[in-house]
Design a protein around this ligand. Structure first.
Ligand code: EPZ
Length: 419
């Protein structure tokens, strides 16, 4: 089993470039099934979720050429056949194949999605949308079959009583080539949704309102090829900004869209973090005394649930006592006992995480319990005295491209070893 070993104490400075957004590209790749010609994606991150999705696309019959951060996908050979179960189970975002296969074939047979352990990850709202568009749902072993029974997918008017990124995107995918108009109300507003709508519109779709809470999709007969640049990963950016403030001595994070991080930056301002916002970069100085602050996550443009864990190590360096409440995933607390093992004064009380600082962490063997918890442990390891070993690193490699190379370039003593 592989683990990450970190020896702290090295000064970290220099520049780190943010890669393309994981939560966008995991939808963009399945969306290409809807095209009747080649689609090329630029700025694709080197993460294992992309590897898994490329494998699935090839099993389905697509032709994929990968050149660095560019993916050229020819979906014309894609057949409608059951998805490869193992790969499906490895990542939650495999559910985007439901929407794109339904949108292209009027039918999809897929395994039920896997993903991080953040508590229950239901897909009831995805299924509610598909049923509203004429799909019948049947279960065959570990597979689920969605089928309109040969009739075209119908446009519908759907209101999501919970703001959901996945179901909003999946509905757009199924609706792009449906008969008639689809209106999504109380839609999620994340930047990744705009990125998917941009790709689909550049393929010939008619989607309006992405990024607002009402999205309208006029179904079209066919979608052609295009070329698309993946937006920068705001969660990777926030993870490196928090790391830079916690242990850096002057670090510039580049390829950052500041407007995707406004609520996160506002919290850092509240803590007293000194940084300079540039056109598409943020320079983070070495920090002095910071103030502990309360965090409450919310759907975009609120504070991202994906950033509460990567921010935690920085919070632990601040003076005072405060709390973190994740209103999206209340069980997103598995990093807390791992931080406590490193000597942090942090615990989960009821539905909230309570911490008090400042803390001097001590290196220890810890385990990544999910993707963003893993990122938090890497920063904690860079801050702690002594050596930290992190296991279950596959979680981290799912969403942080070239993290070892990026941190080594900043001066960190970090490596992956076989246990
Ligand atoms: C996306 O997950 C992201 N994943 C998550 O990032 C992110 O944390 C989440 O959005 C919230 O912003 C990808 O984009 C691949 P949701 P998703 O549907 O779409 C409930 C990471 O670290 N819900 O917005 O699965 C759900 O339980 C990952 O990169 C239903 O009840 O999240 C949650 O409480 C982790 N029924 C809330 O809605 C449904 O059918 C928001 O979930 C769907 C969701």
């Amino acid at each position: 089993m592989r683990k990450i070993v970190i020896n702290s104490g090295k000064p970290l400075s220099g520049e780190v470039a943010v890669s393309g957004a994981k939560n966008s590209v995991v939808a963009l790749i399945p969306a290409i099934i809807l095209a009747d010609d080649i689609v090329t994606l630029d700025g694709v991150p080197a993460i294992s979720d992309v590897d898994s999705l490329v494998d699935i696309m090839e099993v389905m019959g697509a032709k994929v050429k990968r050149q660095g951060e560019t993916l050229e996908i020819d979906p014309r050979g894609v057949e409608n056949k059951p998805m490869p179960y193992g790969k499906i189970n490895s990542l939650r975002a495999s559910y985007y194949f439901y929407g794109s296969l339904l949108g292209r074939f009027g039918e999809a047979v897929v395994g039920l999605p896997g993903g991080c352990d953040l508590g229950p990850r239901p897909i009831d709202l995805h299924l509610k949308a598909f049923e509203a568009m004429g799909a019948k749902i049947t279960y065959e072993g570990d597979n689920m079959r969605l089928s309109t029974g040969g009739t075209p997918v119908q446009g519908t008017h759907i209101f999501f009583d919970t703001v959901t990124v996945g179901a909003t995107i999946n509905t757009m995918l199924a609706a792009a080539k449906a008969e008639g108009r689809t209106v999504i109300e109380n839609a999620a507003r994340e930047p990744e949704i705009i990125d998917v709508a941009t790709l689909l519109n550049n393929m010939g779709a008619h989607i309006r309102g992405a990024g607002t809470d009402i999205i309208t999709i006029e179904g079209v007969k066919s979608l052609h090829g295009t070329r698309h640049q993946v937006i920068p990963d705001r969660i990777e950016a926030g993870s490196y900004i928090a790391m830079a403030a916690a242990v850096g001595e002057g670090i510039k994070i580049t390829n950052v869209l500041y407007e995707h991080l406004e609520s996160f930056i506002a919290k850092l301002d509240e803590m007293g973090v000194r940084m300079t916002i540039e056109e598409d970069a943020i320079f983070v100085e070495k920090q002095e005394q910071l103030k502990a602050v309360n965090i409450k996550t919310a759907p975009y443009p609120g504070f991202a649930t994906d950033l509460q864990q990567p921010l935690t190590p920085l919070l632990l360096t601040a003076h005072g006592r405060a709390s973190i409440v994740d209103t999206i995933y209340e069980k997103r607390v598995n990093h807390v006992p791992e931080m406590a093992r490193m000597g942090a004064n942090i615990s989960t009380v009821g539905g909230r995480i309570v911490y008090e600082g400042p803390n001097q962490l001590t290196g220890a063997p810890v385990k990544a319990t999910d993707l963003r918890a893993g990122a938090a442990l890497v920063t904690a390891g860079l801050m702690a005295e002594g050596q930290t070993e992190i296991t279950n690193i596959e979680f981290i490699l799912r969403g942080y491209s070239n993290i070892i190379e990026k941190l080594t370039a900043l001066g960190a003593d970090i490596r992956i070893v076989e246990d």
